[in-house]
Design a protein. Structure first.
Length: 340
């Protein structure tokens, strides 16, 4: 029986400049669809899981297009309600060489910002569910979206359904001061996080011990992460370390911390075709790895890292490779330690 995985968030229309043009240089855009939690649902669907996307979209052709996009990738859309008239849009200016990519959001009054908790029957949504995933981007959209996201996480916590949360703080969407109360509310319902020292120290407020101000990033994480996990009952904290050589060449390593140990993978250097969604691919790979063996976070890190690296070679927001293709890449790189 395949797992029933629920993700909640916004899916947007993505408009990308062709041929590495800047936004003010181009006369046309390439259209696609994307959004953090939708990307996770699509990737996990291609890995063989039964995924559902929970959201709100306008009852027009743009909303229909987004639903068609999700269904094309095997994602169930039964928990998408329809209403309002506007769909979120983001414009992507793809970087090249020393010029970084840029993103401009146009999502302030999108349909999901009109969402209401009473539009969903949570007993029905989470019936037989084995995982729930959400991110800080959803918390940032407005109070209505935040209420639904936190209510879902709380419901899952109360019913023994694992919850993963990607901090995904975006300064373009809200300030640190606005974000802190929301992050500190949802963290108490989370089992698995994707985040950084900044997230634990600044957003959640876990203090760094004196004398460690100039310590390495690993030492800082090792100091604050266990304290966060102890306080809120979080089981695993996953993340990545990225080295940027140029807009088209990076390296990536994955890590996981528990209360008493950590694992940092070897970095993988790679060329980039499309960076958008790399973090979502990492999250989806980790979730897949944990669902295969919740007691082997090291394998989950390697699976997430392989998924993320491969996503950078795929156009669009989401990784669309099968589990077999990802595992073949892991075998080639010596990170598939155990065949499952």
């Amino acid at each position: 029986m395949r797992e029933k995985i629920i993700t909640f968030g916004e899916i947007m229309l993505r408009l990308s400049t062709p041929n590495n043009y800047t936004i003010n240089q181009t006369n046309s855009f390439i259209s696609n669809y994307g959004g953090g939690e939708a990307n996770v649902a699509i990737a996990l669907s291609h890995m063989g899981h039964k995924t559902y996307f929970m959201s709100k979209l306008p009852p027009n052709q743009l909303g229909d297009g987004a639903i068609g996009h999700l269904r094309k990738h095997g994602v169930n859309t039964d928990y998408i309600v329809r209403g309002s008239t506007t769909m979120g849009i983001y414009f992507l200016e793809t970087g090249f060489g020393g010029r970084a990519s840029k993103v401009i959001y146009n999502r302030k009054h999108s349909a999901i910002t009109r969402i209401q908790l009473d539009e969903f029957d949570l007993d029905e949504v989470f019936k037989d569910a084995t995982w729930f995933h959400v991110s800080g981007i959803s918390l940032a959209l407005n109070d209505r979206v935040k209420v639904v996201a936190i209510a879902c996480a709380k419901y899952c916590k109360e019913h023994g359904i694992p919850v993963s949360f990607d901090f995904n703080y975006r300064a373009k969407l809200w300030t640190i001061e606005e974000a802190i109360p929301a992050y500190r509310e949802i963290i108490q319902y989370v089992d698995v996080t994707f985040g950084s020292f900044f997230d634990a120290n600044t957003l959640i407020g876990i203090p760094l011990d004196k004398g460690l101000e100039n310590a390495s990033m690993h030492e800082k994480r090792a100091n604050v992460f266990p304290k966060l996990m102890e306080k809120y009952g979080v089981k695993y904290m996953f993340g990545t370390d990225r080295v940027i050589y140029s807009a088209t060449e990076n390296s990536l390593a994955g890590y996981v911390y528990t209360k008493d140990k950590f694992y940092l993978s070897e970095p993988i250097k790679f060329m980039i075709y499309d960076r958008i969604g790399g973090g979502d691919a990492y999250a989806s790979g980790v979730i897949h790895g944990l669902l295969k063996d919740f007691n082997d976070p090291k394998y989950a890190v390697n699976y997430g890292l392989a998924t993320s690296v491969l996503k950078h070679t795929i156009y669009g927001d989401a990784c669309t490779l099968t589990a077999e293709e990802i595992e073949e890449f892991m075998n080639q790189n010596g990170t598939a330690e155990v065949q499952r």
